[in-house]
Design a protein around this ligand. Structure first.
Ligand SMILES: [Zn+2]
Length: 107
């Protein structure tokens, strides 16, 4: 969890920021990061840092798979990535694994 927030802090430091006002992250459902837990951790981890009191927004990214047979993307209903059209399992995960910082407002 801290690693996730360090991505943001490192990014702010790289810009010579003295204060982070707002940050937004995209968190995939497959990333293993629980948004509620991340929000809670944010308050704790940022205490005493340049991100203290910043507005924190998390955008959840659903799991999207790609079926090469049908050449279609689909959102799996389960943890089995079965194409709803041809019912084949696919190992191609398009999104849902990301943990990325999408916006950062600093000064
Ligand atoms: Zn298919």
């Amino acid at each position: 969890m801290e690693n996730t927030l360090n991505i943001a802090l490192d990014c702010a430091k790289a810009q010579n920021a003295s204060k982070i006002h707002r940050l937004k992250m995209r968190v995939g459902d497959l990333s293993g990061v629980v948004p509620d837990a991340l929000e809670f951790a944010f308050d704790v981890v940022t205490r005493g840092t340049i991100a203290e009191g910043a507005e924190f927004e998390i955008e959840r990214v659903p799991v999207i798979c790609h079926c090469p047979t049908c050449d279609r993307d689909f959102e799996p209903m389960d943890w089995f990535y079965e194409c709803p059209h041809c019912h084949q399992l696919t190992p191609h995960i398009q999104s849902g694994q990301e943990i990325e910082l999408t916006s950062l407002e600093v000064s």
